[in-house]
Design a protein around this ligand. Structure first.
Ligand code: AMP
Length: 389
């Protein structure tokens, strides 16, 4: 997710810039001012409570704000990210935002403060008042809104300076120049974010070969836990020796070992654009592990893909593979093939279902030749990129 807060006095141009940003980055727009005005139009209890305060240019209570904002955020957990306009406006609201982001397993990426001189704000708002129909766009109320901004809202900036996500730009430039400055800040933020793709599919669906090709094309690190375990054995590492023993005793490799291997790669992401996970997570427990590991390293899953291939075709492919030199030790008998398909069905399908509910999973038809399927996956990823860039 890409979460941004636009900050600045009334009249700084937050609304104008938002229109462009939500389209460019496909973000969900949250303007607490708009939400409040909607409550007033619908004559709700909250609207009635807020009406007088807004008319006088004061700040509505944090209790009201938390109620209108919580629902909007939690109703849209699968959006690409949120753009906040006019929120947070108090220290308490900064903490509320922290809590809400945490709930969605994400965080605010940056705060952009659009700075304009007070007299320019007044002039712009008076101009806007001629057409906006907003009762709070008149001089007495405007002055009060600015007073509230200086007293209660400006101090909130320190919170974000301390967090290291504060950016400021000169809002007295042309709309295009402000646009340009904001885009620069956001693109810089995006370049810091890792692109993490999880690729699912039954054994034989082509997830391995596709995953590798995608990793190569997009400069991503290919994280295939099965192969990572193999590599430990080949390199005869301490962990490799332990894994070998487990294989020989017919034991499953415990999650602790896999976690350590993944963690090792995640701690050194210098120069890495992102990861493509194949063969992990395989179980619900592992899905929580992956979410936790990524979060610990300030990252999250960007895209989930599932390659779909009908069962009969899977069996045919795996059977064919067993007769070639690509035959894996687990392909050697029908019983083993069926066992792997069943494992996927019972353990991994629930993971895909969970992700589908939480983030959405892009389903790719895995029939057809390699290039055809590759093109479809690549299209999905490009789409994901576009949504964020
Ligand atoms: P805006 O549309 O952002 O200029 O907001 C218009 C008015 O709505 C403000 O002057 C406040 O009275 C109220 N308001 C909007 N957002 C907030 C907020 N986050 N906290 C308190 N009051 C708000």
């Amino acid at each position: 997710m890409l979460n941004i807060a636009l900050f600045g006095p009334p009249g700084a141009g937050k609304g104008t810039q938002s229109e462009f940003l939500i389209k460019k980055y496909n973000l969900f727009y949250i303007s607490t001012g708009d939400l409040l005005r909607k409550e007033i139009t619908h004559k709700t209890k909250l609207g009635t409570e807020a009406q007088g305060i807004i008319a006088s240019g004061g700040l509505v209570s944090d209790e009201i704000i938390v109620q209108i904002i919580e629902k909007t955020i939690t109703d849209n957990p699968d959006s690409n990210g949120f753009l906040f306009d006019g929120f947070p406006r108090t220290y308490i609201q900064a903490y509320i935002l922290e809590g809400l982001m945490l709930k969605l397993n994400t965080s605010l990426n940056c705060l952009i403060s659009i700075n304009v001189d007070e007299e320019i704000s007044v002039k712009r708002l008076l101009d806007r008042g001629k057409t906006s129909g907003r009762s709070d766009d008149n001089e007495v109320v405007i002055r009060n809104r600015l007073k509230e901004y200086n007293n209660k809202t400006l101090p909130v900036l320190q919170f974000y300076k301390d967090k290291g996500i504060y950016n400021e730009i000169n809002g007295e430039q042309s709309i295009e120049d402000v646009n340009f400055n904001i885009t620069e800040i956001i693109n810089n933020e995006l370049s810091k974010k890792l692109l993490n793709i999880v690729i699912f599919g039954y054994p034989g669906s082509g997830r391995g070969s596709q995953g590798k090709a995608i990793a190569k094309a997009y400069g991503l690190e290919y994280m295939a836990t099965g192969e990572m375990l193999e590599l430990e054995i080949i390199n005869n590492t301490e962990t490799g020796i332990r894994i070998q023993e487990m294989y020989e005793n017919g034991q499953l490799v415990p999650d602790e070992i896999v976690v350590q291997l993944i963690e090792k790669k995640l701690t050194n992401t210098k120069g890495i654009k992102g990861f493509i996970f194949k063969g992990f997570p395989r179980t619900l427990v592992q899905s929580y592990i992956l979410d936790g590991l990524l979060k610990k390293h300030g990252s999250s899953i960007s895209k989930i893909i599932e390659i779909e291939v009908p069962t009969l075709e899977l069996i045919k492919r795996l059977d064919e593979r067993s007769k070639t030199d690509k035959c894996m030790p687990y392909d050697t008998s029908t019983a083993k093939i069926v066992q792997r398909l069943q494992e996927h069905e019972t353990k991994t399908v629930p993971v895909i279902q969970k992700y589908n509910q939480l983030h959405g999973v892009s389903k790719i038809n895995g029939l057809g030749d390699f290039d055809e399927v590759y093109q479809k996956i690549s299209f999905e990823i490009e789409n994901g990129f576009k949504n964020l860039r």
